[in-house]
Unconditional design. Structure first.
Lengths: 535, 126, 211
């Protein structure tokens, strides 16, 4: 049993009360992980309900009003409570300090505060659900959101609070990466996941405050009729959209950049090959972060924006695809001639290349104004963002989860189950969402609970796909939970790969390293030395 | 109580007083100028003076002049993104009316589509 | 010498801790700039749409009170900086005195704002749907007051928050927790307070000094 660290961050210090006041980034990250996976499950069950209603064209189980509340809840939970914190606050918190040879993040008390603020925001959002939820869509467009009788104030206030949790994580990661790198660990020796988290943190700090003031203004509009977004009072409803999307477009890069960081790690380490184009990948993360702030108007092509503004946003939208494309080609070049092994993390990385590729490419179609006029608010959009958010971030998250699982819990999950689950998720995901591209281009609108009969067949395919997807997730829940107590002890380096986190025992000791970590080589030095597997 | 000074840089007392005096003078200036009608330049000058005052506070009271340059870069980046935010939105809001002007223009009379429409009008209608 | 009481275990030395705290506070100030920035943007749009209304509406604001408040805040920034200057020279007594003066000046600011607000409430010069005043030319005068109350209100909330943390620093300094070796919390509270001053430096001309 020397392959399993008896004294680790999970049991030291002992007692559940120590978890409430912990300053250990690994414990905070783990609590985040449990929370976000719970919200993934809740949001997913709502999705199954939505797909069940859409199995047939008419009204089967819910009224239009309930349907509106369901898709709003699905979006708000998945975006604010699952996907935004998923990689940075959960996985990032656990591994970032270890990857740079530090004992903790720079501001551990701010980290704990971030977690508590997340809990408060989540409770407020839960309260809004108990009040019946909201029927505006997660985008809360005015003037409907300033006049509808549903619990808009509660839900937006919850999102407002959650924004601060995200900001605190972002601040912490920037300071940590600048200040706590171990001696000798210069910027271009950092693992690419760290670069991804850094670019993400910059966006979190710059963009999130704008959604904070946006939601605060919406609350003011509802409570005190300030009139800024109300045309009857001389205001501008499109101004709300500008404010909202100034955050909500960059936030999709908050979602994908850490995911891309994980893909860089998995592809390099499971090809046992130096990553191709390290600096290109590092700088493209910063490029995506910057350009991502200049394209938000592409969500507003049909809103009555000025044509000149629309043209500029469209042009820059084409540019922002370039750094993502650079990454894809660098990953492919890394795979080429690599000693590829197909453990579960690598399966998710390969799935990512396919599904995020589709998501990204369809985004380019939508960047063309003339095309978007027809496809906006149809199922084409729904498919596009599910391919990027789920086909991108969620696949990367699952890859990262399986990659670092043995480091966090000290045990391996059942690899066969992992592969079966990945296959179910791959088949189920594509079966759910590919039909939606066709539905959208044939004219099926989004956010409608009924549809024309000619869309019936593809909707059946999509709903059945969602059941296969769900099966994959249920299997994953089973084998991951089982592995915590019954999995094979993993040892420090179950994959036999480079990286500071793989030099310390599993599960990680409370102080991260038992001895002062030594920087002996770079994170991808497979041409110099091949590390040993411990399992 | 130890008597040695801080290991960190200390700004001289005199510097603080000089900056404070400059801030007071600039406040008087900006109030005085607001009583003179310079049309749209009033706003420009007011913002210029405010920016100078803000720079003095940031550079000296907030220590940016003496600090690690990273802190200054971070502050300037926030101003840059705020400028992007305001400029892009103002550009949209101020050019929106142009949509209606463009719609008012007639179709190019020599385009093929216009020709087809004209000929089908003479033929069997739908 | 054994490591100082204030040094947290994950830092290698005091300087790294000090610089990290400052960097963290500067990043937080970035979020404040962007958050207030949204309001400045809304102001810009509305003023561009209704320039005459903004001109006429601003006349009901008292330039004298606004100017006094500007001087009050700038002075409070000075006393905040001088408090740090004092503790850098290990003068805890002077440090506490300057923090107290800062708090007094902040209170003066809030008192003047109280008089301004109550006067407007009395006259019905209120935001949005509560606006009932009838003496202002121009379209949608309620929008001016929406922006006025939103921006000075959010600013006022930050003044109150700033006062709370400055008071906390004053208590800690009285207890002898700070010295020339360690005064980081006071410095980062100071940075926050200077930002509050910075925002007012822009609010003042935009509301009180419209040409």
């Amino acid at each position: 049993m020397s392959n399993f660290a008896e004294r680790n961050f999970l049991n030291t210090p002992a007692g559940w009360k120590s978890w409430l006041v912990t300053l250990d980034h690994k414990r905070i990250g783990l609590m985040y992980l449990y929370a976000i996976m719970t919200f993934l499950a809740v949001g997913g069950l709502i999705a199954l309900a939505i797909r069940l209603e859409l199995l047939n064209p008419g009204s089967d189980f819910v009224t239009a009003d309930i349907y509106n509340r369901l898709f709003t809840l699905h979006g708000a939970i998945m975006i604010f409570l699952f996907i935004i914190p998923s990689i940075p606050a959960a996985l990032g918190n656990i591994v970032l300090p270890v990857m740079i040879g530090a004992k903790d993040v720079a501001l551990p008390r701010l980290n704990l505060l971030s977690w508590y603020v997340f809990c408060v925001g989540a409770f407020i959002a839960l309260y809004s659900i108990l009040k019946g939820g909201v029927d505006t869509g997660w985008t809360f467009y005015t003037p409907y959101s300033s006049s509808t009788e549903t619990a808009v104030v509660a839900m937006t206030f919850g999102a407002f609070i959650l924004g601060f949790s995200s900001i605190f994580t972002g601040i912490n990661f920037i300071v940590t990466i600048h200040k706590l790198r171990m001696p000798g660990l210069t910027w271009f020796k950092l693992p690419l996941f760290v670069w991804g988290l850094y670019a993400t943190a910059i966006i979190q700090v710059l963009a999130t405050p704008v959604v904070a003031i946006t939601l605060a203004l919406l609350i003011m509009e509802r409570l005190w009729g300030v009139g800024i977004f109300d045309p009857a009072m001389g205001g501008d409803p499109v101004l709300f959209q500008h404010f909202f999307w100034f955050y909500s477009h960059p936030v999709v890069y908050v979602m994908i950049l850490p995911g891309m960081g994980i893909i860089s790690e998995i592809i390099a380490h499971f090809s046992k090959k130096r990553i191709f184009g390290y600096r290109a990948i590092a700088f493209s993360s910063l490029g995506i972060a910057f350009l991502g702030f200049l394209v938000w108007g592409h969500h507003m092509f049909t809103s009555g924006q000025s044509e000149y503004a629309a043209m500029i946003f469209s042009m820059i939208t084409f540019f922002v695809a370039i750094p993502s494309g650079i990454k894809i080609f660098n990953w492919l070049a890394t795979l080429y001639n690599g000693k590829i092994t197909l453990e579960t993390p690598m399966l998710y990385a390969l799935i990512f290349l396919f599904t995020f590729g589709i998501g990204g490419l369809t985004g380019i179609f939508l960047g063309a104004i003339a095309v978007d006029i027809h496809l906006h608010d149809t199922y084409f959009i729904v498919a596009h963002f599910h391919y990027t958010m789920m086909g991108g971030t969620v696949m990367a998250f699952l890859g990262g989860l399986h990659y670092w699982w043995p480091k966090i819990f000290g045990r391996m999950y059942n690899e066969t189950h992992g592969k079966i689950s990945a296959l179910l998720i791959f088949v189920g995901f594509n079966m759910t969402f590919i039909p939606q591209f066709f539905l959208g281009s044939q004219g099926m609108p989004r956010r409608y609970y009924m549809y024309a009969d000619r869309f019936h067949t593809l909707n059946i395919v999509s709903t059945v796909g969602s059941w296969i997807l769900a099966a994959g997730f249920f299997l994953m829940l089973y084998y991951l939970v089982r592995s915590i107590k019954h999995g094979k002890p993993a040892g420090a380096n179950p994959w036999g790969i480079h990286g500071l986190e793989w030099t310390t025992p599993s599960p990680v000791p409370p102080e991260n390293f038992l001895e002062e970590p030594k920087l002996e080589h770079g994170p991808y030095d497979y041409d110099k030395i091949m590390p040993e597997k411990t399992v | 109580m130890s008597t040695h000074s801080s290991p960190y840089h200390i700004i001289p007392f005199k510097t603080y007083i000089t900056v404070f005096t400059a801030l007071l003078v600039l406040t008087v200036v900006t109030v005085a100028i607001s009583f003179v009608d310079l049309g749209s330049y009033n706003l420009v000058i007011a913002m210029l003076v405010a920016s100078i005052k803000a720079s003095l506070v940031a550079m000296f009271f907030m220590h940016l002049y003496y600090d690690n340059k990273l802190n200054l870069i971070i502050f300037l980046i926030s101003i840059l993104f705020l400028a992007i935010f305001i400029i892009f939105i103002m550009f949209d809001t101020m050019t929106r009316d142009n949509i209606y002007k463009i719609k008012a223009d007639p179709i190019n009379p020599s385009s093929k589509i216009y020709d087809n429409q004209k000929s089908s009008k003479g033929g069997t209608g739908h | 010498m054994s490591h100082p009481a204030h040094l947290q275990h994950h830092f290698s030395d005091s300087q790294q801790q000090h610089e990290s705290s400052k960097l963290g506070m500067w990043l937080f100030l970035v979020t404040e700039v962007l958050m207030f920035g949204g309001l400045f943007c809304a102001y810009a749009i509305l003023r561009a749409w209704y320039p005459e209304m903004f001109f006429h509406a601003h006349k009901v604001l008292d330039v004298m009170m606004g100017s006094v408040n500007t001087v009050v805040l700038i002075t409070s920034s000075l006393t905040m900086a001088l408090s740090i200057h004092a503790i850098q020279n290990n003068n805890q007594k002077a440090g506490v005195k300057y923090l107290t003066v800062t708090l007094l000046l902040a209170s003066v600011f809030l008192i003047i704002k109280y008089f301004e607000y109550s006067h407007k409430i009395h006259l019905g010069q209120l935001p949005g749907k509560f606006y009932t005043f009838t003496g202002i030319e121009g379209n949608n005068p309620h929008l001016f007051f929406s922006m006025y109350f939103l921006m000075t209100g959010l600013h006022g909330i930050h003044v109150v928050g700033g006062m709370a943390v400055i008071y906390w620093m004053m208590r800690r300094m009285k207890r002898g927790e700070f010295s020339s070796e360690y005064y980081t919390p006071v410095e980062i509270v100071g940075l926050f307070w200077h930002l509050v001053d910075l925002i007012w430096i822009f609010l003042f001309p935009l509301f009180y000094l419209i040409g």
